[in-house]
Design a protein. Structure first.
Length: 134
């Protein structure tokens, strides 16, 4: 649990306390994805407990919905080509990554989760698929 820094306060639009969660997903012992999430501690007057995120099968969006009844309806974000953070490379030289910075909103347009996700492009292949309506 942490008090938001100035950047997070500006992004989430609140000075309320937030959870800060860091997770690394590895593939064959190599860090492949580095996730950082900031989530409001209280949503719709209900406390959010993120301790079960230690289980890789638990997703943040589903957990927030189950605990608060608020459905995350919209995500806005940026995709950037970046160099890895030290956390992803575990002390080795930096490598090219794809970073996704996203803000999740409820149907009431309340921003409740801010995420920064770094993908190690030497391990993870990202694909974009778009369907066109005829």
């Amino acid at each position: 649990l942490t008090v938001p820094d100035k950047k997070t306060t500006k992004i989430l639009g609140t000075t309320d306390e937030v959870w800060y969660i860091e997770r690394v997903i590895s593939v064959d012992g190599e860090p492949a994805v580095y996730l950082r999430d900031w989530c409001l501690q209280t949503v719709a007057g209900k406390s959010v407990d993120l301790t079960s995120l230690a289980d890789i099968e638990v997703d943040l969006v589903g957990l927030v919905r189950a605990q608060t009844g608020r459905q995350l309806k919209r995500v806005e974000g940026r995709i950037l080509a970046t160099m890895s953070s030290v956390d992803l490379t575990i002390g080795r030289s930096k490598i090219p990554t794809v970073s996704l910075m996203e803000l999740c909103f409820t149907s009431e347009e309340e921003a409740i989760v801010y995420s920064v996700i770094e993908y190690n492009t030497s391990i993870i292949d990202l694909t974009i698929r778009q369907n066109f309506v005829m």
